[in-house]
Design a protein around this ligand. Structure first.
Ligand SMILES: Cc1cc2nc3c(=O)[nH]c(=O)nc-3n(C[C@H](O)[C@H](O)[C@H](O)COP(=O)(O)OP(=O)(O)OC[C@H]3O[C@@H](n4cnc5c(N)ncnc54)[C@H](O)[C@@H]3O)c2cc1C
Ligand SMILES: NC(=O)c1ccc[n+]([C@@H]2O[C@H](COP(=O)([O-])OP(=O)(O)OC[C@H]3O[C@@H](n4cnc5c(N)ncnc54)[C@H](O)[C@@H]3O)[C@@H](O)[C@H]2O)c1
Length: 471
């Protein structure tokens, strides 16, 4: 059978979730994947990066508590960390996810998918054979994104590492230069300095500069404490791979930096270059713009795009949230049921604009949801910003000696609800969901006084922030 209700291109976390969702609701779906089922997240992004980071975080946590500290006597075991990373990347083998697809009744077509016309997807397998799939109701593009490599003289010829090569590295370079100051750059600088590399970070625009300003300050100070050379404002002008395999990076001010490897981490580009977009009047290589139900602009209702490829939010959990909305709306439209695409409706991915949670697994961790103060002001909201020193809670002093951290809530004064919340500090990742509920639920501050944090936890910061705001 080559006709299905829904054809999904790309079996990353988002594509898998779309296919599963529509099949659970009684439609048929096929999925097309050219590489590994599970996508970037499973093999080269979320899971292996966090495995690379976790051992260092656990070690630091033990060293910050007397009694436990004394028990840490051995060396950091780099080989064991890399081995654990390999297992979290399933050794780059997708058998497990392929059998999951089978168990949920979604046939897999291995190969490169291209849109050949309205509702038609052509799949080219590795051996060159092609299969044509037709969709009765919808085609969903969930092809994700790849690393962006900028036009810096000599950079491409120098064969730099992107996030993929870095995350899957079998050996730890003695000296690593990182171009970028965003999430990938900050996490990988943290991981590789712990693994033993001497890291230089060329953070042209600052470290994690899209977050609240105190985030970059905390993370930069901590990276520098670890020996990372964080060069804010530094920009690479040219790059050369030398005959001995080392890399020379010349900065715009003429300074030269020598390293054994170079990581480029300056953002992403959509996987739409060779997708047949020209066959349906769209531009190859462009991000796909969508409405709140993920329907692609400029196409007659049958094409959806979810996950990284629509550029709304480049995060796995948010892409999977979109996948739930897309799956449900395709089913509703196919069955002629009502579509609830009003803000916060079942079929609208409203949280993409208002309540996106993100954790950056640096040391200290960064956990943020919703708008920063700057973004809220840009959006025209009348806000009040409330800050609190996380180290001043009883819970944090128990958690670790020398605990340092900070919390900020951004309150929309016209509605007295929280529109943004940011935490930076050791182990704050697991505290984020409370803030996500407050922001997505638009819980009035009056009611939050009744959400009492347990004593003595770091979450007591919630009470301190409310006290600072006033009742
Ligand atoms: C280093 C790094 C660390 C990250 N860490 C986190 C994290 O901790 N938490 C988090 O939430 N997010 C993280 N992200 C972001 C996360 O990886 C992405 O948001 C997520 O993978 C997007 O999922 P997706 O399904 O949209 O795309 P992808 O995971 O990229 O999957 C797309 C799939 O489509 C396939 N494909 C592409 N084109 C075609 C085609 N024409 N035909 C057939 N198949 C095709 C690809 O092979 C791929 O398998 C990280 C990203 C990076 C780079
Ligand atoms: N823990 C997580 O949730 C996690 C981890 C890693 C990646 N991700 C996701 O993956 C995506 C990609 O991450 P990323 O770090 O590549 O992108 P990013 O957008 O987070 O950061 C890119 C950085 O590069 C800088 N930059 C841009 N062009 C530059 C240039 N020509 N020269 C020097 N610097 C330049 C930007 O100012 C920015 O600081 C992000 O959207 C992120 O959300 C998430």
């Amino acid at each position: 059978m080559t006709t299905y209700d829904v054809v999904v291109i790309g079996a990353g976390p988002v594509g898998e979730n779309v296919a599963d969702r529509v099949v659970q609701d009684g439609l048929t779906a096929a999925i097309v994947e050219r590489e590994l089922v599970g996508g970037e997240c499973s093999y080269w992004a979320c899971m292996p990066t966090k495995a690379l980071l976790r051992s260092g975080a656990a070690l630091r946590a033990a060293r910050q508590v007397p009694g436990a500290r004394e028990a840490v006597t051995g060396e950091f075991d780099v080989a064991a960390v890399l081995h654990r990373r390999d297992s979290f990347a399933s050794n780059w083998n997708d058998e497990g996810q392929v059998s999951w697809l089978d168990s949920v009744g979604v046939p897999l077509f291995r190969g490169h998918g291209r849109i050949a016309g309205d509702r038609v997807v052509e799949v080219t397998a590795a051996d060159g054979t092609t299969t044509t799939l037709t969709a009765r109701h919808a085609v969903v593009v969930a092809t994700g994104s790849g690393a962006l490599v900028p036009d810096i003289e000599g950079l491409r010829d120098a064969k730099p590492w992107t996030s993929r090569e870095t995350v899957a590295a079998k050996e730890v370079p003695a000296r690593l230069v990182v171009i970028g100051g965003g999430v990938v750059a900050s996490e990988m600088a943290t991981a590789f300095s712990q693994l033993g590399s001497s890291v230089t970070m060329l953070a042209r625009d600052g470290v994690l500069h899209l977050n609240e300003p105190f985030v970059g300050e905390h993370v930069t100070a901590s990276l520098r404490d670890k020996g990372v050379s964080v060069r804010i404002g530094a920009e690479a002008a040219s790059v050369k791979r030398n005959d001995d395999g080392t890399v020379s990076v010349t900065l715009t001010d003429g300074e030269q930096i020598e390293a054994d490897e170079l990581l480029v981490a300056i953002g992403r580009t959509p996987n739409t270059q060779d997708l047949g977009l020209e066959n349906i009047g769209l531009t190859p290589g462009a991000w796909l713009t969508v409405d709140d139900t993920m329907r692609v602009d400029g196409v007659d209702g049958w094409l959806y795009a979810a996950g990284d490829v629509n550029r709304r939010v480049l995060l796995t959990h948010q892409g999977k949230y979109q996948a739930r909305a897309v799956g449900d709306v395709i089913v509703a439209r196919a069955k002629g049921e009502p579509v609830d695409d009003a803000p916060w409706g079942r079929h609208a991915a409203t949280a993409d604009e208002r309540a996106v949670p993100q954790v950056v697994f640096t040391d200290p961790e960064v956990a943020a949801v919703g708008l920063t103060a700057a973004k809220a002001e840009e959006a025209g909201l009348r806000i009040r910003v409330v800050d609190y020193d996380l180290a001043a809670t009883a819970g944090s002093s128990l958690h670790a000696e020398g605990y340092q951290g900070h919390a900020r809530m951004v309150v929309d004064e016209d509605r007295t609800v929280i529109v943004g919340f940011t935490l930076v500090g050791p182990d704050v990742a697991e505290m984020l969901h409370a803030a996500t509920i407050a922001v997505a639920g638009e819980v009035p501050l009056d009611r939050l006084w009744h959400a009492v944090p347990a004593f003595p936890t770091v979450s007591e910061v919630w009470l301190r922030l409310l006290e600072a705001y006033g009742r």
